[in-house]
Design a protein around this ligand. Structure first.
Ligand code: FAD
Length: 385
């Protein structure tokens, strides 16, 4: 068994080789893909996956070491684009997928050869996710899927989608859902990007019209999709809480902005920056504790994201919220505007703040469950809009 210090040395020696690997690759997306493949090929990409699934079978503390060293490197990271697959879809397949689908999907996903998106939210089912109405029916050796998803991050570039669909309408809403794996590049799937106030289109609408899925591409078993959905959400919230997904504006950058603007001696500004610095320390320390509920880390990250964008709007005012020409986020001058316009997303993606608080109230504090009128009746009898 490898010791923590031996492992750290191995990681550091790998990181030393990375700059050479990425030397001639300019496109940020391809750099990330190459980095991910190199991690996997160096036996560092599937640390907590079973050996029989191509992994290393190591405990969480080794992942923490890897993540810490990765954070210490400023030149490469695993960001948003591959985060949905590596952060939440693949761990769910690892834990609940049949041998056939583990063999088919884990390695290409972990090497960054296939990109994933998460097909959960619908126009009528966001926080009330179990009310989803996308329909999947088994027809011979394939599922036929029709319905609409929305806010699907990365769908326009994804090869595969982890899909929640209703496969039984005659049982209560949580019991009739299955988790399926949808190939995105097919005639029955249409992806329409949604324009956000940042000017970018990171998420999309996805329309499925008789889309096809092989019969065996079910994660868990038919009808057990709600349990799978919760398992995946727990990976998603842990991953977001631990620093995956969209990043809050950095405290160090805001301190530098205060210095450049000559307001760093103002006691009110110092207080705002001190609060932000404390927030970022709390997140770091929270992530060092094992066994905390994933919603706690996620709530802290969103609180920090919103607070950082408020401070940025004060410090960069009036230019911080005004920009011209080039797309937001693409240059030094408009990155404050991007951070400010993007910050509401922190509180929504991965489940809203209110929903995280409900979850913590019910599952951690043991408060009474929210009243619900539709959880015991067949979904086909539930009144819908
Ligand atoms: C940046 C971003 C990325 C996203 N990426 C994806 C993705 O890749 N895949 C995907 O499937 N979805 C994605 N989403 C969708 C996201 O999960 C939903 O927006 C979220 O779950 C809320 O659902 P909704 O938008 O339908 O709002 P609603 O559920 O309609 O909620 C509206 C408001 O009511 C509040 N509310 C609702 N129910 C309760 C309750 N029981 N108690 C208290 N308050 C309540 C909510 O907190 C919210 O403020 C993304 C969203 C964003 C912003």
């Amino acid at each position: 068994m490898i010791s923590e210090s031996e492992f750290k040395e191995e990681v550091l020696s790998f990181f030393q080789r990375v700059p050479q690997l990425l030397e001639e690759i300019e496109d940020p997306f391809e750099r990330e893909r190459t980095f991910i493949a190199a991690c996997y090929d160096s036996n560092l990409g599937a640390l907590n996956y079973p050996v029989e699934d191509g992994g290393r079978g190591l405990e969480q503390r080794f992942i923490d070491i890897f993540r810490q060293e990765l954070r210490n490197q400023n030149s490469f990271s695993i960001g948003n684009a591959f985060g949905v697959g590596i952060g939440f879809c693949l761990p769910t397949i690892r834990d609940h997928g049949s041998e056939e689908i583990r063999k088919r999907f884990l390695k290409p996903g972990l090497r960054g050869e296939e990109m994933w998106c998460q097909l959960y939210s619908e126009p009528g089912a966001g926080s009330d996710l179990a009310g989803l109405t996308t329909r999947a029916e088994l027809d011979g050796d394939e599922w036929v899927v029709s319905g609409q998803k929305v806010w699907t991050s990365g769908a326009s570039v994804a090869d595969l989608g982890i899909l929640l669909a209703r496969t039984n309408w005659d049982v209560p809403k949580h019991q009739g859902i299955s988790m399926l794996i949808l190939p995105m590049n097919q005639d029955g799937v249409e992806v329409r990007p949604l324009k956000q106030m940042t000017g970018t289109s990171s998420f999309n609408e996805v329309f499925m019209d008789n889309a096809k899925i092989p019969a065996s591409w079910v994660v868990g078993s038919q009808g057990d999709g709600w349990r799978m959905a919760v398992a995946l959400l727990s990976h998603e919230r842990s991953s977001l809480g631990a620093g995956g997904g969209r990043q809050p504006l950095s405290v160090n950058d805001l301190i530098a902005l205060a210095q450049e603007s000559g307001v760093n001696a103002d006691p009110l500004v110092r207080q705002l920056l001190a609060d932000l610095f404390s927030g970022s320390q709390i997140i770091t320390w929270l992530n060092l504790r094992s066994g905390i509920h994933p919603s706690i880390g996620k709530l802290w990250r969103t609180k920090q994201g919103r607070a950082a964008s408020k401070v940025a709007s004060k410090l960069a005012f009036p230019g911080g919220v005004a920009w011209q020409g080039e797309p937001l986020g693409s240059s030094e001058t408009n990155r404050w505007a991007y951070g400010i316009c993007d910050s509401p997303a922190h509180s929504l993606g991965g489940g809203t703040d209110e929903v995280q608080k409900n979850t913590l109230g019910e599952r951690v504090l043991g408060l009474p469950r929210e009243p619900a009128v539709d959880i015991d009746i067949p979904f086909s009898e539930v009144r819908k809009n």
